[in-house]
Design a protein around this ligand. Structure first.
Ligand SMILES: Nc1nc2c(ncn2[C@@H]2O[C@H](COP(=O)(O)OP(=O)(O)OP(=O)(O)O)[C@@H](O)[C@H]2O)c(=O)[nH]1
Ligand SMILES: [Mg+2]
Length: 367
């Protein structure tokens, strides 16, 4: 699939600190043992291995989720999309679809997985519409936990969800109860990045008014969204300013479009209206570029780190706790497999115990 130049500065993100100097001037070389080349060894190895990133989009139907991810990664992920008739739409519940594409830029390979939740919030009864998404995230954790506990841990496919773009409707007056319920149900499992969808339907003044309102509601409802790491005190002023702007951009007001229009002799991705053209990649029109830079150029590695160190660690700790409790309760139960079985005996049962526990926590959260 064709995909070009999205700015995969992945190695830079990972090795920003380590890559200070791996090639030493000739005269200094004699004085060094040579471990200064470690960063470039790591660099070479990780480039060879490639990177993976999983992004989940969720939110009400028709808010432009599929359109946005297409625009983000310059690739047509949804050319096989089939449209549902009205009858199918009414009975439709959350249906999860997963698309994986391998994109390459300057020799850096990225295995990008997009998990879409089409039709979310379409049904008459939207109670627990978050559950399939929460279950999906847990299943990926469970799969990773299984793989990690197996014999061959060398080629584990990491399908854990690193980021959830949650789309908020521009047509309401802030968060709807469904938004609050959804985000609270998944905020301990995944990094939530709130998106103010279809920003072209709002005037700049409305966007300016709505953003702080949504931020304030997120705080007052106790929703834990992804927190950008604080920048170091020795960073330069320009970087600090960019960081401040990024934090104030939440929720990112975005516009998506899969069509290329002609404007002032240039071909741009945008939406053509009788009164003019809305340019997706124009920072004066929306936060699309800011979002893309954050996701790809600056924070992809941090999103992965938080997933691994916080969300997955929580899941893992809860699983191990449940397993330990089981052993204490039923001392005869063995969790150590016979030699020939590479995973825990009765692992499925333990996995579902964890799942049950997590779901209970989530529903307690949501109330
Ligand atoms: N005005 C406006 N329309 C948009 C925008 N993004 C997408 N659309 C339109 O909104 C409609 C729905 O877009 P989709 O991308 O299919 O929405 P979705 O959220 O994936 O919908 P489901 O798959 O049903 O959940 C399409 O007609 C898009 O062209 C936007 O930023 N502004
Ligand atoms: Mg869609």
């Amino acid at each position: 699939m064709a995909a070009r130049c999205v700015g995969l500065g992945l190695c830079d993100q990972r090795l920003m600190v380590m890559m200070i100097s791996s090639s030493l001037p000739q005269d200094q070389e004699k004085e060094y043992v040579g471990f200064a080349t470690l960063p470039s060894q790591v660099h070479r190895k990780s480039v060879k291995k490639g990177f993976d990133f999983t992004l989940l989009v969720a939110g009400e139907s028709g808010l432009g989720k599929s359109t946005l991810v297409n625009s983000l990664f310059l690739t047509d992920l949804y050319n096989d999309k089939k449209f549902l008739n009205s009858e199918e739409r009414i009975t439709q519940t959350v249906e999860i679809t997963k698309h994986t594409v391998e994109i390459e830029e300057k020799g850096v390979r990225l295995r990008l997985t997009i998990v879409d939740t089409p039709g979310f919030g379409d049904a008459v009864n939207n109670k627990e519409c978050w559950r399939p998404v929460a279950d999906y995230v847990d299943q990926q954790f469970e799969q990773y936990f299984r793989d990690e506990s197996g014999l061959n841990r060398r080629n584990i496919l990491d399908n854990r969800v690193h980021c959830c773009l949650y789309f908020i409707s521009p047509f309401g007056h802030g968060l709807r109860p469904m938004d609050v319920e959804f985000m609270r149900a998944v905020h301990d499992k995944v990094n939530i990045v709130p998106i103010l969808a279809k920003a072209d339907t709002l005037t700049p003044a409305e966007v300016r008014k709505m953003k702080p309102k949504i931020r304030q509601e997120i705080e007052s409802f106790g929703i834990k969204i992804y927190q950008f790491p604080d920048c170091d005190s020795d960073e330069d002023e320009e970087f600090k300013q960019q960081d401040k702007e990024l934090k104030e951009s939440i929720p990112f007001a975005v516009i998506g479009s899969n069509t290329v229009v002609e404007a002032k002799g240039r071909r741009i991705r945008g939406r053509l209206y009788p009164w003019g053209i809305v340019e997706v990649e124009n920072p004066a029109h929306c936060d699309f570029v800011k979002l893309r830079n954050m996701l790809i150029r600056t924070h992809m590695q941090d999103l992965k780190d938080v997933t691994r160190d916080t969300h997955y660690e929580n899941y893992r700790a809860q699983c191990i706790q449940s397993m330990t409790r089981m052993v204490v309760k039923e001392p005869s139960a063995t969790l150590i497999p016979p030699q020939s079985v590479p995973v825990f005996h009765g692992f499925g049962r333990v996995g579902s115990v964890c799942e049950q526990k997590l779901s209970t926590d989530a529903s307690t959260d949501a109330t």
